[in-house]
Design a protein around this ligand. Structure first.
Ligand SMILES: [Zn+2]
Length: 88
């Protein structure tokens, strides 16, 4: 399934549903963005005007540079958080 990137808005990002529909694995087509995982809660947080997406794009790019995947999720305190996971 192709979607627009949730972070940078580039069209043609491929998305795969994981974790029983609670999480999307995104591969963005933009060279300045990249691969990341995002939970459905984090997606709606971004859509309702969350933190600076450009900051998250930079974090995605940096994680990918050292073979990690950024996971973006909503933490217990309701804030958006991101953590680097080993790829694969
Ligand atoms: Zn992107």
């Amino acid at each position: 399934m192709d979607v627009s990137c949730f972070l940078c808005g580039a069209p043609g990002a491929s998305s795969a549903i994981a974790d029983h529909g609670n999480r999307c694995n995104i591969a963005c087509s933009s060279a300045r963005c990249g691969k990341y995982a995002i939970t459905s809660g984090a997606i709606s947080r971004l859509e309702s005007g969350g933190p600076e997406k450009s900051v998250l794009v930079e974090m995605v790019r940096r994680a990918n540079l050292h073979s990690k995947v950024l996971e973006i999720f909503v933490a217990g305190d309701g804030l958006l958080q991101a953590t680097e996971l080993p790829r694969g």
